[in-house]
Design a protein around this ligand. Structure first.
Ligand code: NOJ
Ligand code: NOJ
Length: 532
């Protein structure tokens, strides 16, 4: 290196250090004033400096001892964070839907084009994201905005049909990802992934319902569900595929293990049931019967994942390929399987002992695993599975991190557990759910005596108190994400297990979708618990 280059290098290192020290000072001054305005001010300031200094100031990471994080988690600022994160999530999500320069209808997993390259249309991510777009459509009061969302959904319908007709290496509808010009991805990958057609059908069935309510029955028949064999429509193609191929092995939601999976089978079952209801409405009665019959056959399989000796639902059965390091079989994919696959009946509903027990065992595993979880005043940061080694860029030793969508999934799960108990009008404490109740933050100070066999009925006071406590615990998971997210509200795929900083694919569309569904369930629960 030439002497001048050396001097420049030292100077730039010195300036970086200087900015870091300056920001520690500035951040603390702002923290004392404890207002979101000042937070925004520091955000603006930060944005004009170097990325390395900025990263140190992302969020209020507790790994950074000088910053008094309490200033970021008071209730007032929490509620305002929910609002600002909601806007950031809508924006971040829409940034991935039909972005400039790609075929319309494409939903990129993330705008990141290298390290990692997530600039592809994954059928799973896209379907979950477009389901959130349907929520936005339903919530919107503006006719022009509604029209925009409908346009995005129509493009997604066309692109999905195109995917179905594109020759690919899976040789069927289970191809997991497509290039953004609509061509098949031709490199090696964990394929097929048979959750994709089920998630796509579920989202499109919701869209079909909207269109039917508008009286557009002909449009639905041509574009979504024609009731013909062979079919030319997207939903019917997915339902035919699921109903004839669900017994086949495929790769899991993390694209790593081949076998049968709780997640995949839960979403397949739900798609078949909702598909059957749509088929009935469109007078395709024989098909409806067939889809229901397959859903029933699936139920018998899904029950087998319960591991009675370990007290949790196993993620996979009959592994037949892919990585083999997942010895525990504990995986947040099971929780996601309930969140995405619950069919509004009593099959693995949220207050089911087996679901609650799985959630609690898994939470404890992550509690022990990640350094950031030593801070117990926030909800546990949740990862994919304890043996995970993917750090968002590559694989390494002890490299797995907590994931944003998994942690937000827990917030959503707790809200839905409370809603489900509300629906059942009572809480019965059992051997399986007792540890969950005992582990709730704040349970000690309630002075409720919890023992197996006791039943708390709606209207009795304790029932309501317990549901409110579950609600508060749901918020702790949101606060965990708040704590590690930058002031811009930008969410990546993961949070570093030691520092808490966002890591991996930036602006992951699925992270935003999971924030939006989590707060939607939070609002539903709040309405149940205080109806006025
Ligand atoms: C990319 C996959 O999408 C991810 O799920 C996996 O963990 C890594 N590759 C490592 O295999
Ligand atoms: C890796 C995740 O494991 C997988 O579930 C996801 O579909 C892709 N990343 C794209 O986000």
């Amino acid at each position: 290196m030439r002497p001048w280059d050396k001097t420049r290098l030292y100077f730039s290192r010195f300036m970086n250090q200087f900015f870091v020290i300056f920001f520690i000072f500035a951040r603390n001054v702002f923290a004392f004033t404890d207002s979101s305005e000042s937070c925004r001010l520091s955000d603006d300031l930060i944005s004009s400096f170097s990325r390395s200094s900025y990263q140190l100031f992302q969020g209020c990471s507790r790994s950074f001892p000088v910053i008094d994080s309490k200033h970021c988690s008071t209730n007032a600022t929490f509620e305002s964070w929910i609002n600002s994160e909601k806007s950031a999530s809508i924006q971040g999500l829409l940034m991935n839907v039909s972005p400039e320069g790609v075929t319309r209808g494409v939903v990129t997993a993330s705008p990141s084009r290298s390290d990692p390259d997530y600039f592809f249309h994954w059928v799973r991510d896209a379907s979950l994201v477009m389901s959130a777009v349907i929520d936005l459509y339903e919530d919107s009061l503006s006719a022009s905005r509604k029209r925009e969302y409908e346009r995005l959904l129509e493009d997604f319908v066309d692109f999905s049909r195109k995917n179905q007709l594109t020759q690919n290496l899976s040789g069927g509808l289970g191809e997991p990802k497509f290039n953004v010009d609509g061509t098949a991805y031709s490199l090696e990958w964990g394929r097929p992934q048979n959750d994709g057609p089920a998630l796509r059908a579920l989202t499109l069935i919701r869209f079909a319902r909207i269109r039917l309510a508008q009286g557009a029955i002909d449009w639905v028949r041509v574009r979504l569900y024609d009731g013909l064999i062979p079919t030319h429509s997207v939903i019917k193609s997915d339902l035919e595929f699921i109903s004839h191929h669900w017994r086949e092995h495929s790769f899991d939601v993390w694209e790593e293990v081949k076998g049968q999976h709780f997640y995949t089978q839960m979403v397949q079952r739900r798609a078949l049931l909702e598909g059957a209801a749509l088929a009935d409405d469109l007078k395709d009665f024989q098909a409806a019967k067939w889809y229901r019959k397959q859903a029933q056959a699936l139920e018998a399989q899904i029950l087998k994942y319960w591991d009675d000796s370990r007290k949790y639902i196993q993620v996979t059965r009959d592994d037949s390929g892919g990585i083999s390091t997942k010895v525990s079989g504990l995986d947040v994919a099971v929780i996601l399987g309930c969140l995405h696959g619950y069919a509004n009946d009593d099959f693995f509903s949220f207050s089911d002992d087996r679901v609650i027990s799985t959630a609690d065992v898994l939470r404890q595993a992550f509690d022990q695993l990640y350094t950031i979880n030593r801070d117990s005043s926030l909800g546990t940061a949740i990862g994919r599975y304890p043996e995970d080694v993917y750090d968002g860029h590559s694989v390494g030793v002890n490299a797995g991190n907590p994931w944003v969508l998994a942690t937000l999934g827990y917030a959503e799960l707790y809200s839905r557990i409370a809603q489900d108990f509300f629906r059942r009008n009572q809480i019965r404490v059992t051997t399986l759910n007792l540890p969950f109740f005992q582990s709730l933050d704040g349970i000690q100070s309630l002075g409720v005596s919890l023992r197996v066999g006791i039943v708390f009925k709606k209207g009795g006071g304790i029932f309501e108190t317990l549901l409110t406590l579950i609600q508060k615990n749901a918020d702790l998971y949101l606060k965990r994400v708040q704590y590690h997210s930058p002031l811009s509200g930008s969410l990546s795929e993961q949070m570093n297990r030691n520092t808490g900083f966002m890591q991996g694919a930036r602006d992951l569309a699925w992270s935003y979708a999971s924030f939006l569904t989590a707060i939607q369930e939070r609002e539903k629960l709040a309405r149940l618990l205080s109806p006025d």
